[in-house]
Design a binder for this molecule. Structure first.
Ligand code: NAD
Length: 534
C-alpha cells in the first residue's frame, strides 16, 4: 500500500498490531501510553506508538543531562562536523522523509520535501556558525582591565513542537542547540510521532558513529503529560515551544515559575495588503499560496487580505477563479494542490468558524463546506478535506471610508473572527482607501507574526517597514506572508510570543552568556571611580 511504501523506505515496521517504541535516549524504549498515528488523507491508522511512563521520563531527563555534561566539552567546530554528517544523512533520505511528512501530517509532496530541505539548510548554516559563535571583547573604563562576553553551552534544551511542521521546527532548534553545545530533548506533536522517530533514527546513527551519547538528541513522543514533565523539570534549562497561544501561555508560566528560560513561537494572524500600484501578476499567486498552501495550516498562512478599493474587484475575481480550480487530492500525488486538514477535529473547527462568520454577517464568496465522503474519491473518502474559503465581512471593510476612527467601529462587528487565528484555509477580505488604514488593521490583532505589502512605490515601502509600519516579526514587500528562508531570524511579536529562531542572532539564545572582567594590573580600582577605603 501507499503507506507501507513510505514507511518501508525509512525502515519503520508496519505490520498490524506492532507497537513502535516512541522514546529514545541512547536506546529505544517506551512503556507508557499508546497513541495512534492517523493518515489525514485516508483516515488509515499508520502505527501505534508507545510513549514514556513517568519513571522513564525521569530517567530520560537524567540521561539527557549526563549527555550534555559530555557534549559541552566537544569543541564547537567539532560539533559542526557532527552537524555536517547529520546534514548529509538527512539529504540522503530527503525525498523519503518528505513523503512521510505528506503521509502523516498531510501537506502536499513539495511542501513535505521543502520541510526536510529546511532542516538540511539550517544544518549547513549551523556548520558555519560552529566556527563563528564568537563572544566580544569590551573596552573597560579601568586601566589594566579587559571585559570579555563569553558564550558557553546552556544545558538541556527541551523542544516542544506543533503538528504542522513535524520536521523543520525541530531542525531549527536542534541545529542551533547542537552547535551551541547543548543536549536536546524533543517532544513532538502527539499526532506526528512517525516523523519524529524517523528523524531521530537518522540523527542517532550519526551520534553512534561518532561515539557520542545518543541522549545528546533524545526523543519522547506523547502529549500534554510529557510536555508538562518537561516544562516542570529543573533538568531542562530552556524550553523552546512552538504551538498555539493558549498552550504557549501555560508553557511560559510553568517554565518562568521555576526561572527557566523560554522561547515561544506561537500563533499568527497574518495579513497581506495590496496597493493600487502592485504587480498583480505576482501578488495574486502569492496570496493564493499563502491562503491555501498547507490547507491554511502554516503559522504564516495568509488569513486576512486588505485590498485597495480601486483593485479590489479585479483581485477578488482572479482569486475566485483560482479557488474554483482546486480539487482535493492525495498529498502523496505530485499533482495535488489541495491537501486535507490534519485531524477530524480541525474539520469541526473549520465548520464552526464558517458558521460564526455567517452569523456575524460575512458573505462567503467561495467555499464554506467540508467535503463529505460522497464527493471524495476512493481511499480519500474518509479524508479531512474542506473547501478553501473566502469571506467578506459585510459590517467591516466594504463600506469603510478614509477615516481611521470609523473603520475601527466597522471592524468591531466581526472583531472576534478577525482577531483569532483560525487554523484552516479561511481568508477574510477587507477593502481600504488609504495605506495608513490598512496598516492600522494589520496591527489591530493580538498576534504579530507575518505581514506582506504589495506595491511598487518606494514611499509605501518606507512607511511599511518604518516606525508607523507593520508591528510583525516578519515584514515582507512583494513577497507573501508564508515561506520564510532560514537565514533571517524567524518569529513574531505580541501574542506570537516574541521568540526568534533559525538565522540572524537566534543562536545567542541557546548559550549561557557571561560577562568576565579580568584585572591584569597591580591595583584593584572599583568601577565608577567609587572609593571604599579612605
Ligand atoms: P498545540 O499548542 O496544540 O500543541 C503544541 C505542543 O504542545 C504539542 O507538542 C502538544 O502536545 C504540547 N502541549 C499541549 N499542552 C501542553 C502543556 N500543558 N504543557 C506542555 N506542552 C503541551 O499546537 P498545535 O495545534 O500542534 O500547532 C498549531 C499551532 O502552532 C498554531 O497556533 C500555529 O500558529 C502554531 N505554530 C507557530 C509557529 C511559529 O513559528 N510561530 C510554527 C508552527 C506552528
Amino acid at each position: 500500500s501507499r503507506a507501507r511504501n513510505v514507511l518501508g523506505a525509512l525502515d519503520i515496521p508496519t505490520s498490524d498490531g506492532v507497537e513502535l517504541p516512541g522514546v529514545y535516549d541512547g536506546t529505544w524504549g517506551g512503556c507508557g501510553e499508546v497513541s495512534e498515528s492517523v493518515c489525514p488523507a485516508t483516515g488509515e491508522v499508520l502505527a501505534h506508538v508507545r510513549s514514556a511512563s513517568p519513571q522513564e521520563m525521569q530517567a530520560i531527563l537524567s540521561k539527557t543531562r549526563e549527555a550534555f555534561q559530555t557534549f559541552r566539552d566537544v569543541p564547537a567546530p567539532k560539533r559542526g562536523e557532527i552537524l555536517r554528517q547529520i546534514r548529509e544523512a538527512l539529504a540522503r533520505k530527503r525525498d523519503e522523509l518528505g513523503a512521510l511528512v505528506s503521509l502523516e501530517m498531510g501537506k502536499i509532496r513539495t511542501e513535505g520535501e521543502g520541510e526536510v530541505q529546511e532542516f538540511i539548510d539550517i544544518c549547513d548554516y549551523a556548520v558555519g556558525l560552529s566556527r563563528m559563535m564568537n563572544g566580544n571583547v569590551v573596552n573597560s573604563e579601568r586601566s589594566g582591565h579587559t571585559i570579555l562576553e563569553v558564550p558557553n553551552p546552556l544545558g538541556v534544551v527541551g523542544v516542544l513542537s506543533a503538528f504542522n511542521f513535524p520536521v523543520a521546527v525541530y531542525g531549527w532548534n536542534l541545529a542551533l542547540s547542537l552547535a551551541a553545545g547543548n543536549a536536546t530533548l524533543w517532544k513532538p506533536s502527539p499526532t506526528t510521532p512517525l516523523c519524529s522517530i524517523a528523524v531521530t533514527k537518522i540523527i542517532a546513527e550519526v551520534l553512534e558513529r561518532n561515539a557520542l551519547p545518543g541522549a545528546v538528541a533524545s526523543l519522547v513522543t506523547g502529549g500534554k503529560d510529557v510536555g508538562e514533565a518537561i516544562t516542570g523539570s529543573k533538568e531542562v534549562d530552556m524550553v523552546s515551544f512552538t504551538g498555539s497561544e493558549e498552550t504557549g501561555k501555560k508553557v511560559a508560566n510553568a517554565v518562568q515559575s521555576r526561572f527557566g528560560k523560554v522561547l515561544l513561537e506561537l500563533g499568527g494572524n497574518n495579513a497581506a495588503i495590496v496597493m493600487p500600484d502592485a504587480d498583480l501578476s505576482l501578488a495574486i499567486p502569492a496570496i493564493f499560496f499563502g491562503a491555501v498552501g498547507t490547507a491554511g495550516q502554516r503559522c504564516t498562512s495568509t488569513r486576512r487580505l486588505y485590498l485597495h478599493r480601486s483593485i479590489s474587484s479585479s483581485v477578488l475575481s482572479s482569486l475566485l477563479r483560482l479557488y474554483e480550480t482546486l480539487r482535493p487530492g492525495d498529498p502523496l500525488d505530485r499533482k495535488t494542490l489541495l491537501a486535507p486538514l490534519h485531524t477530524r477535529n480541525a474539520v469541526g473547527m473549520y465548520g464552526s468558524a464558517v458558521r460564526r462568520l455567517r452569523e456575524s454577517g460575512s458573505e462567503i464568496l467561495v467555499g464554506g463546506n467540508a467535503y463529505d465522503g460522497k464527493s471524495l474519491e476512493g481511499p480519500l473518502e474518509r479524508g479531512n478535506y474542506v473547501q478553501p474559503t473566502i469571506a467578506r465581512p459585510l459590517s467591516a471593510s466594504l463600506s469603510s471610508n478614509t477615516s481611521a476612527s470609523s473603520s475601527k467601529s466597522e471592524l468591531s462587528g466581526a472583531q472576534d473572527l478577525w482577531r483569532t487565528e483560525i487554523f484552516a484555509p479561511i481568508l477574510q477580505v477587507g477593502v481600504f482607501d488609504e495605506l495608513e488604514e490598512a496598516i492600522e488593521w494589520n496591527n489591530a490583532v493580538p498576534q504579530g507574526l507575518s505581514s506582506s505589502l504589495w506595491t511598487r512605490d518606494v514611499r509605501n515601502v518606507g512607511r511599511w517597514i518604518g516606525p508607523r509600519g507593520s508591528d510583525c516579526g516578519i515584514v515582507n514587500v512583494n513577497v507573501g506572508t508564508s515561506g520564510a528562508e532560514i537565514g533571517a531570524a524567524f518569529g513574531g511579536n505580541k501574542s506570537t510570543g516574541w521568540g526568534r529562531e533559525s538565522g540572524g542572532d537566534a543562536w545567542k539564545q541557546y548559550v549561557r552568556w557571561s560577562a568576565c572582567t579580568i584585572n591584569f594590573s597591580d591595583s584593584a580600582p572599583l568601577a565608577q571611580g567609587i572609593r571604599h577605603i579612605v
